[in-house]
Design a protein around this ligand. Structure first.
Ligand code: FAD
Length: 494
């Protein structure tokens, strides 16, 4: 089994993860691989997952997806960041934008110049020095030659899966409809040999991708891979989601509003809004969560609210034997920074990069698992930061988050930034310096010191330097059209 060349890839599950994998494998490696996807019309997809981050461009470029076509097909809007409301404290907001702040120098980042400017009373809020941030606040957007805004999308997850299915089938992926009843293992190696469907049909393969959602039919039910539980760091374990008719203009950012026992999302699409409440069942019941969400949405609900239960954490191995978990089957980190689809895409691309030729070898498996673990650990720390670094003590939930134990790596990042304004650079960190800075400052961690090189500038020079960046940013952003007007024009233009 270990020595056989990989010729047949079987993808179990046809949600966002399954169709992303099928489209990528069929389009990029389909000449030499037989790609099939098994999904059941009787088992619905989870149906959420609509906010993305800019890395999706990499995936779309690989697949040759044209932005306008994708946006029209998925009712997408543009996204320049996330507005965090009530997170530092009630009625205190900030934006984590996808943009770069100001101008760095060789010795230190822009935050050091900004910090001294704030101390001297000659700087304003940090977002004034970042086009993506300012454009979010003003509801503007533009796509320009040579000067693209660093952007992502809000998309309709159901339409996105259909869009990817078209690509996958066009490039030869075969869809098999049916409910997986049994996962058959090889007696000697314990590798997966085939899937038996309720109809009796048997689907054989060499490599299996588990995209069956939270249950992890292959990776867990069949291979008993195990799970690392992170709920002591991230205690929310439930979400309720509902879609509403749009009543407001779609803003180019996701809204994340901290609530008494969790947080609420608002994701504006062209035609509707995705809403949800992530909450901790220890402090809030499902019924109270549904009621709270319905009381706090704009516009008429267009579907019935649905409660989703989960355990935050990660599979002990993302690749085990000849099975790779992609999607919710691989673990779950709540969607606070919209990292789900990114992790699916990374798993798919990483697997293609480490794809075995003759058989499967343990070194490739270990490399895949080690890279994935490092990436997930960094994202976990970034999410914990939002909960832990807060002034909120107004509920049991927030008092727990403020005092809960955190990882050593996050503690070091917070100490380093708090003391000296420096950002710890870790390998495999999805979120760069600009992200950590915006969230740490937004959550109220203002460094005690700035880098000494800033004092090379006189106060007058610093004022001119900061003023020039701020005015340049404001002037640039003022030229861009309204976000929705831009979409109307852009999606229609050939
Ligand atoms: P699913 O959508 O659950 O698909 C599972 C598939 O497996 C289905 O096709 C089903 O038919 C099939 N299946 C299962 N069992 C069987 C069987 N026995 N036989 C045959 N087929 C079977 N990610 C983001 O990037 N941004 C977000 O904003 C975001 N928000 C989220 C909010 C919540 C509340 C949750 C829970 C997740 C969110 N995610 C987000 C993560 C992720 O993007 C979505 O959850 C995504 O839709 C999950 O896709 P999936 O393909 O892994 O699972």
């Amino acid at each position: 089994m270990m020595d056989k060349p990989i010729k047949r890839i079987v993808i179990a599950g046809g949600g966002t993860a399954g169709w992303m994998a099928a489209a990528a494998f069929a389009k990029l490696l389909g000449k030499n691989l037989d790609v099939s996807l098994v999904e059941s019309d009787d088992i619905p997809t989870v149906g959420v997952g609509e906010a993305t981050i800019p890395t999706l461009h990499i995936f779309h470029r690989l697949l040759g997806i044209e932005e306008k076509e994708f946006m029209a097909a998925t009712n997408a809007t543009f996204k320049l960041g996330i507005s965090f409301e009530n997170w530092k404290d009630v009625n205190q907001d900030y934006i984590h934008s996808f943009g770069f702040l100001g101008q760095d120098c060789w010795a230190c980042g822009f935050q050091h110049f900004w910090l001294k400017g704030m101390q001297k009373g000659i700087a304003s809020e940090i977002g004034d020095y970042c086009p993506e941030h300012l454009a979010s606040r003003q509801g503007r957007f533009a796509v320009m030659a040579n000067q693209d805004l660093n952007h992502a999308y809000h998309l309709d997850a159901g339409l996105y899966a259909k869009f990817l299915r078209n690509i996958a089938e066009k490039h030869g992926a075969k869809r098999v409809e049916g409910k997986i009843k049994d996962v058959n293992l090889d007696d000697d190696s314990g590798y997966i040999k085939s899937l038996t469907l309720a109809s009796g049909e048997v689907v054989e393969g060499d490599l299996f991708l588990d995209c069956t959602g939270f249950r992890g039919l292959l990776i867990e039910d069949a291979l008993h891979t195990g799970y690392e539980d992170w709920s002591h760091y991230l205690p929310c374990d439930s979400a309720v989601a509902v879609q509403t008719k749009s009543t407001e203009k779609a803003v180019p950012y996701t809204r994340s509003i901290a609530r008494e026992s969790g947080w609420q999302w608002r994701i504006p699409l062209q035609n509707r809004t995705g809403n949800g409440l992530v909450f901790c069942s220890k402090y809030m019941s499902d019924d109270d969560a549904i009621k709270f969400l319905l009381d706090n949405v704009e516009g008429e609900p267009i579907n019935t609210p649905r409660v989703i239960k989960y355990k935050t954490g990660t599979r002990l191995k993302h690749w085990n034997k000849n099975c790779i978990a992609v999607g919710l089957s691989s673990g779950f980190i709540e969607p606070l920074e919209s990292t789900g689809i990114h992790l699916f895409q990374r798993a798919i691309v990483r697997l293609m990069q480490l794809l075995p030729n003759q058989g499967i070898n343990q070194a490739d498996i270990d490399e895949f698992n080690q890279q994935t673990k490092a990436e997930c650990d960094n994202i976990r720390d970034f999410i914990i930061l939002h909960y832990h670094l807060t002034d909120r003590t107004d509920s049991k939930f927030w008092r727990y988050c403020k005092s809960m134990p955190i990882t050593d790596s996050l503690k070091h990042r917070m100490d380093l930034f708090g003391k000296s304004g420096r950002v710890y650079k870790k390998p495999d960190d999805l979120f760069g310096e600009n992200s950590w800075i915006q969230v740490m400052i937004g959550q109220g961690l203002i460094p005690e010191q700035y880098h000494p090189i800033v004092d090379q500038m006189s106060d007058e020079e610093l004022k001119l330097f900061l003023g020039r960046i701020k005015e340049g940013t404001a002037k640039k952003v003022a030229q861009w059209p309204d976000h929705l007007d831009f979409i109307d024009h852009y999606c229609k233009a050939k």
